[in-house]
Design a protein around this ligand. Structure first.
Ligand code: GAR
Length: 199
């Protein structure tokens, strides 16, 4: 069985992309390989991480492309014969037209235990701010399939992380990444790729 060709969609620092690249190198991810990294933000450091690892990059600038953004994204994905898409800190909401075209072929990592602190407006540090403001004692990360409802697709994997006295959103974000996101994203990606029927 050949490996699934993966595209990772990013917007920022790309530490989750790095976790995927490292897991590919260490053999945790063996049923797929990252073929392309696509960013809506031309300045994303994630693009540099891809280049440093010899992975093809593309920029699909939502501000410049406007309504043509998703069509351009689809064009890049198809040109590269992509089988599977990972949203790893990708800060754009995708329409139903896009998600239905790649049904069960897109996963996302979200920095909370869904269904808490998720959906429209909950991204990046805002998620951790909300968890701290609410006063929950446990948070975590979730990897889930992507459908037309923001953060609403079927859950694949979750991991809990303890909230500690004195946590700031930044401290909590780092702990959730280290203890949960960077671990479950590669594991979930290997799981879904190994289930893909690709002869
Ligand atoms: C991660 O914490 C990721 O879970 C989150 O943004 C960060 C990206 O960091 N994504 C969302 O909030 C999406 N709703 P990274 O660029 O270093 O991987």
């Amino acid at each position: 069985m050949s490996k699934a060709e993966i595209a990772v969609l990013v917007s920022g620092g790309g530490t989750n992309l790095q976790a995927i690249i490292d897991a590919q190198k260490s053999g945790i991810i063996k049923s797929g390989r990252v073929k392309a990294v696509i960013s809506n933000n031309p300045d994303a450091y994630a693009l540099e991480r891809a280049r440093l690892n010899g992975i093809k990059t593309a920029v699909c600038n939502k501000k410049e492309l406007g309504d043509g953004f998703e069509d351009k994204l689809i064009e890049i994905l198809e040109e590269n014969n992509i089988d599977f898409i990972v949203l790893a800190g990708f800060m754009c909401i995708l329409s139903e037209k896009f998600t239905s075209r790649f049904k069960d072929k897109i996963i996302n990592v979200h920095p909370s235990l869904i269904p808490s602190f998720c959906g429209k407006g909950f991204y990046g540090l805002k998620v951790h701010e909300a968890a701290l403001n609410y006063g929950v004692k446990v948070t975590g990360a979730t990897v889930h399939y992507v459908n037309e409802i923001p953060d609403g697709g079927k859950i694949i994997m979750q991991k809990a992380v303890e909230i500690k006295e004195g946590d700031t959103p930044e401290i909590l974000q780092k702990r959730v990444m280290e203890e949960a996101e960077w671990k479950i994203l590669p594991l979930a990606l290997e799981k879904v790729c190994s289930q893909l029927n690709k002869d």
